[in-house]
Design a protein around this ligand. Structure first.
Ligand code: NAD
Ligand code: AHE
Ligand code: ZN
Length: 368
């Protein structure tokens, strides 16, 4: 079949909206009509050539929601008409990681996914006879896409696509980092670095978990109002204080119980670790750093009891947890609608990247 898609032909170039060819689903795969997709900073990072796994030409996008239109041989867990969210972290329920009960990092198809290919080592997308690579196993910047059965979460049909697509990455990543990875308890003090599409979800997750102080840190002063809107109690602009670590440690009587990096900046990751409380504070890295970047701190920071951890997709097991997060949204336990600041057509998708870089959006969503 033919489908409209925004193709990343080269790094650092605008996406081009073209009609691409899409092969139908093979055994164990499903064809999904994407109804809406968010634009995450990770899409921008890959498009900007900063991802060591970046591969071109490809169809980016990993924060979608849509409808199953066709299933391949042997598919049993979804059927045509089902509403689904694509999963860049699949859940096969059979691999060592899935069976461990210790991680959401399913390994069943990670190798081919990182090469921009389906599990059989080929691509379903092509343009003028040349293959186009998949991205993060999702490629939601295409109106139709093919996904492995283990990489779709079936969701309730009354959830609007335009908002629930955000659960495909940002919402689950932020809220999940708090409840699954950090396991924040009532009364804990939390610091969140970077109040964008991810950081605001960390804030609303921390509020939901009953955190006491929730301190937001951002170099964009306009993010102060956004943070407060979702439960932030204090705001620090690093440009207004001499030493951000010292400021936070003093504010929180020795430091944070939990801190979260939602910037991808390795200097900020260090600040996030060092603002943690001596003896127990834990810092969770969510931000994705540019290829070649490394983190550093004095080992003494760890010797004296601070913990450095990371999380992908908020530690969520997609097929199990995503439908529950959709329920949280539909039941009003978490908010999504106010964070969707811009709704765009596919033709306007490059505007979504400009808005993000300018700090003018929280989430732009493309509706097909
Ligand atoms: P975003 O662009 O919406 O937000 C980033 C925020 O960080 C902005 O508000 C910006 O002003 C702020 N910021 C930038 N530099 C800063 C600094 N030096 N100090 C304080 N604040 C600073 O991006 P997003 O969509 O929220 O994504 C945030 C990060 O999370 C990205 O690196 C993205 O790739 C990553 N991410 C990781 C996962 C995961 O599973 N680990 C999932 C989604 C996104
Ligand atoms: N490809 C990069 C790493 C990118 C990365 O860490 N991605 C996160 C999700 S970001 C979503 O917006 C992730 O899921 N990581 C775990 C995994 O298996 O990719 C690189 O450095 O090569
Ligand atoms: Zn993302």
């Amino acid at each position: 079949m033919k489908t409209r898609a925004a193709v990343a032909f080269e790094p650092k170039k605008p996406l081009e909206i073209v009609e691409v060819d899409l092969q139908g689903p093979k055994a164990g795969e499903v064809l999904v009509e994407i109804m809406a997709t968010g634009i995450c900073h990770t899409d921008a990072y890959t498009l900007d050539g900063l991802d060591s796994e970046g591969i071109f030409p490809s169809i980016l996008g990993h924060e979608g929601a849509g409808v199953v239109r066709e299933v391949g041989q042997g598919v049993t867990s979804v059927k045509p008409g089902d509403h689904v969210i694509p999963l860049y972290t699949p859940e096969c329920r059979q691999c060592k990681a899935c069976l461990s009960g210790k991680t959401n990092l399913c390994t069943a198809i990670r190798a081919t996914q990182g090469q921009g290919l389906m599990p059989d080592g080929t691509s379903r997308f092509s343009y003028k006879g040349q293959p186009i690579f998949h991205y993060m196993g999702c490629s939601t910047f295409s109106n139709f896409t093919v996904l492995p059965e283990i990489a779709v979460a079936r969701i309730r049909e009354d959830a609007p696509f335009q908002t629930s697509c955000y659960i495909g990455c940002g919402v689950t990543t932020g809220v999940g980092a708090v409840v699954n990875t950090a396991k924040v308890s009532p009364g804990d003090n939390v610091v969140v670095f970077g109040l964008g599409g991810i950081g605001l979800n960390v804030i609303q997750g921390a509020k939901m978990a009953g955190a006491d102080r929730i301190v937001g840190v951002d170099i964009n002063p306009e993010k102060a109002e956004w943070g407060k809107r979702f439960g932030m109690t204090d705001f620090v602009n690093p440009r207004d204080v001499g030493n951000v670590v010292e400021t936070l440690v003093n504010m929180l009587d020795g430091g944070a119980d939990y801190s979260f990096d939602c910037t991808g900046n390795t200097e900020v990751m260090r600040q996030a670790l060092e603002c943690c409380h001596r003896g127990w504070g834990t810092s969770i890295i969510i931000g994705v750093a540019e290829a070649g970047k490394e983190i550093s701190t004095r080992p003494f920071q760890l010797v004296t009891g601070r913990n450095w951890r990371g999380t992908a997709f908020g530690g969520a097991k997609g097929r199990t947890d995503v439908p529950k997060i959709v329920d949280w949204y539909m039941n009003g336990k978490i908010e999504i609608d106010p964070m969707i600041t811009h709704v765009l057509s596919l033709e306007e998708i490059n505007k979504g990247f400009h808005l993000m870089h300018a700090g003018e959006s929280i989430r732009s969503v493309v509706v097909y």
